[in-house]
Design a protein around this ligand. Structure first.
Ligand SMILES: [Zn+2]
Length: 397
């Protein structure tokens, strides 16, 4: 029995339902109609770095040991990048000595694929620094760390994968591709955008391109490798939602109806893209494959729109961002990037469909840490005592 797993970073239950009903997600809809779906609740916090570890170990942070992106997080600190390493810093430079990113060496319990020692798993991506360095997996399983999903991660860090061939193949495919403009760092083309809407449209286009490139490269591995379990994360949903989440209030910076319509359509375009990625894989999967779509947390409209402006002020202040500082989207207040319109919430989403799963349609919520016991149950493994998650029996046939 094969299982295909598609974690969509920050996929929101509410938006998934809305976009599927609007007809933008035919593949998602098909799975929902032939399986079970509902909310997947985050554990303890809604920090992706933590929740993803809970998902892949079946444990709370108290058991697995990862409580944030990095150890010694300073309250009220900022996002920034240290170009010397692959990672992300959340503290002002004067505090860097006392802090470091969590790594997989800090994870105190086994990953689900380590427990499943009779099956070969392939895991590409997962947005947590604790996925680096790549662990060795049974049956020559393959693991590619997903933190930031950037070529530099693969290029500068041999241990980002436990399989050198796979690492070089992926690198070959997207080494020369433009770096993803991340949420916190303005992209290199702000001079070409004179309005927020233009920026958002360009950003959407670039992220879709980057996502396609990454998924197409992974698709080759998907077809070539022999696997029992294949996991590919769709990373960009989180990033895009932070910027494109529809405002409930009218956007005061839009003057024409055309702009309003264009903006309204943006998030839907991205959800359609996610559906197409899933469709690309589904076409190659045989009918008797289990499919799991899951997110470890969701998102909702932000009520602190100005938070990002403050973060940007700090990026300049600390000298972390050296790009152009001439970006003005707000008339009354200068800013360097559109504000984040969404923040994380607990309501991620799941869909399960395939031979092992019940066809309940809409179903009760699960915890994201129930994913690990669910996999162990399907493949008939004993549940180790350290698990905090439980088998969501209502999802099984
Ligand atoms: Zn996020």
């Amino acid at each position: 029995m094969k299982t295909f797993i598609f974690p969509v970073h920050a996929l929101s239950y509410e938006k998934m339902i809305e976009k599927a009903e609007e007809g933008l997600m035919p593949n998602f809809k098909k799975l929902m109609e032939n399986g079970s779906y509902g909310t997947s609740k985050s554990v303890f916090s809604t920090a992706s770095a933590v929740d993803y570890v809970s998902l892949l170990t079946g444990c709370t942070p108290a058991s697995h040991g990862i409580d944030d992106f990095q150890t010694n997080t300073v309250q009220g600190s900022i996002f920034g990048r240290d170009p010397e390493e692959y990672g992300m810093r959340r503290v002002p430079p004067e505090n860097l000595d006392n802090t470091r990113l969590y790594t997989s060496n800090d994870v105190e319990v086994p990953w689900v694929w380590e427990v499943m020692d009779k099956h070969k798993s392939v895991q590409l991506g997962i947005f947590s620094p604790a996925t680096y360095p790549a662990p060795d997996l049974p049956k020559d399983g393959i693991w590619v760390s997903g933190y930031w999903n950037k070529p530099q991660l693969l290029k500068n860090n041999e241990r980002a994968s436990n399989n050198e061939n796979v690492r070089s193949e992926l690198l070959e495919e997207y080494e020369n591709y433009p770096i993803t403009p991340s949420l916190a760092i303005p992209p290199s083309y702000p001079e070409n955008c004179s309005t927020e809407l233009e920026y958002l449209e360009r950003k959407l286009e670039v992220d879709i391109e980057m996502s396609e490139k990454i998924q197409e490269a992974r698709f080759e591995i998907f077809k070539k490798e022999d696997w029992d379990i294949f996991l590919t994360e769709e990373f960009f949903c989180d990033n895009i939602q932070h910027l494109l989440w529809p405002r409930s209030k009218e956007n005061p910076f839009h003057s024409s109806t055309d702009e309003k319509i264009r903006e309204k359509d943006l998030l839907g375009q991205f959800y359609r893209h996610i559906d197409e990625v899933l469709g690309m894989y589904m076409e190659e999967l045989s009918e008797d494959t289990n499919i799991v779509v899951i997110s470890a947390h969701g998102q909702e409209e932000s009520n602190t729109e100005d938070g990002m402006h403050e973060q940007f002020e700090k990026l300049f202040e600390y000298g972390i961002w050296k790009g152009p500082k001439k970006w003005y989207f707000k008339k009354e207040k200068p800013s360097y990037c559109p504000p984040s319109r969404a923040e994380h919430n607990k309501n991620g989403a799941y869909i399960v469909s395939g031979p092992d799963f019940a066809e309940n349609g809409v179903s009760r919520p699960i915890s994201c840490m129930d994913f690990t016991p669910l996999m162990l149950e399907i493949y008939d493994y004993e549940k180790p005592e350290h698990l905090d998650g439980m088998v969501p029996k209502h999802l099984l046939k």
